[in-house]
Write a protein that binds this ligand. Structure first.
Ligand SMILES: NC(=O)c1ccc[n+]([C@@H]2O[C@H](COP(=O)([O-])OP(=O)(O)OC[C@H]3O[C@@H](n4cnc5c(N)ncnc54)[C@H](OP(=O)(O)O)[C@@H]3O)[C@@H](O)[C@H]2O)c1
Length: 317
């Protein structure tokens, strides 16, 4: 089978560490199923794998944790978290299926049987493949961690990202007012077309302090996120595209009684709820671009350039 994999990680040139070639197709163990993968999507986690920051199995390690395809004759999307394979461990949801050698950017992938959900019928293969990690992460941030309610206002930092575009569309469908920030006026404009109500420049004052902030950008925005939240506001962080450490104004934290929560992907139950929500509201995930598997390296480069609006996808059939 054709696959995208890494054998020699490269901290300086992760895109150059992508290999495309033939590997033996995996076979499903008890409790696992085979998926004929039609499309996949990339995440920053894949860049960490290509950089060598994630421990790799011996030999070629298939990258990718997001895919959509067919399994047992059904069209499916796949839960991207590996916890199902080892449910007894008290771990967060940070271990993705690509870790420990179960990557999905291959014509055939094996995944835990409980981790497949029906593909929403209105979506293309690439749109469905965009869902697993970014959309699950945004769903948990909004509805579990922040307990977002209809009528509330949410600020989504970095409008162009995979997590951010998901958060914009999900929050809008849930009846929230959505404010976005972006470095790029073009991306800010596009965000208005997928459910955002107002776009501001990075670091600009919000017209009114918001109930909830979704921050996947990290060091560059976390100070502004806390400054933009109302008394009792909830700020949820999942990412660190711009760095892991940032200054926090503790005076503002306690004076406004803010909540700052970390969040990582989501549970299997949240995954099923997210996919059902997307189907019910007929939401279409934003796909920046789709390339053939042979050009996976180009998608990694585009991610590193920060040029994308939405998910970077790969077609396998
Ligand atoms: N904890 C989890 O479970 C989890 C799950 C998924 C992702 N993540 C993390 O969340 C982060 C975003 O993931 P993603 O998939 O959405 O990535 P992505 O699609 O590559 O998006 C990158 C994001 O960062 C913003 N950005 C990049 N450089 C910036 C800068 N210098 N200043 C301000 N904003 C900047 C972009 O906003 P604009 O281009 O609009 O300015 C965009 O929102 C990553 O760090 C990823 O590792 C975590």
């Amino acid at each position: 089978m054709r696959a995208a994999f890494v054998t020699a990680p490269d901290a300086d040139d992760p895109a150059g560490a992508v290999s495309i070639g033939e590997l033996p197709a995996p076979t499903a163990d008890d409790g696992w199923v085979e998926v004929e993968v039609h499309a996949g999507a990339l995440n920053m986690h894949d860049v960490w794998m290509l950089r060598g920051a994630v421990p790799l199995a011996d030999g070629p390690t298939v990258i990718g944790s997001d895919c959509a395809g067919t399994s047992g004759g059904a069209d499916v999307v796949v839960y991207p978290v590996l916890a199902l394979a080892d449910p007894g461990r008290n771990v967060a949801h940070g271990t993705l299926v690509s870790d420990l050698g179960h990557g999905v950017l291959s014509e055939v992938a094996t995944v835990p049987a409980a981790g497949i959900a029906p593909k929403p019928a209105h979506l293309s293969w690439a749109e469905a493949a965009a869902l697993p990690t970014a959309w699950l992460t945004a769903y948990r941030m909004l509805f579990t961690q922040a307990d977002l309610r209809a009528g509330e206002t949410v600020l989504v930092q970095g409008a162009g990202g995979g997590v951010a575009t998901a958060a914009i569309a999900l929050a809008s469908a849930a009846g929230a007012t959505v404010v976005v920030s972006s470095r790029s006026p073009e991306k800010a404009e596009r965000a208005l077309g997928i459910g955002a109500d107002l776009a501001i420049a990075p670091g600009a004052r919000v017209p009114e302090l918001v109930d909830v902030v979704i921050d996947s950008v990290g060091a560059a925005t976390i100070g502004h996120s806390l400054a933009s939240a109302r008394v009792g506001g909830r700020v949820v962080t999942c990412g660190s595209s711009t760095g892991f450490t940032g200054a926090i104004d503790l005076g503002r934290m306690f004076a406004r009684e803010l909540t700052l929560r970390g969040s990582t992907t989501g549970t299997l139950e949240e995954f099923h709820r997210m996919v059902a929500f997307v189907a019910e509201h007929r939401i279409t995930p934003v796909v920046d671009s789709v390339v053939d598997l042979a050009d996976t390296e180009l998608q990694v480069r585009r991610m590193l350039e920060g040029a994308a609006f939405g998910k970077l996808c790969v077609s396998l059939r």
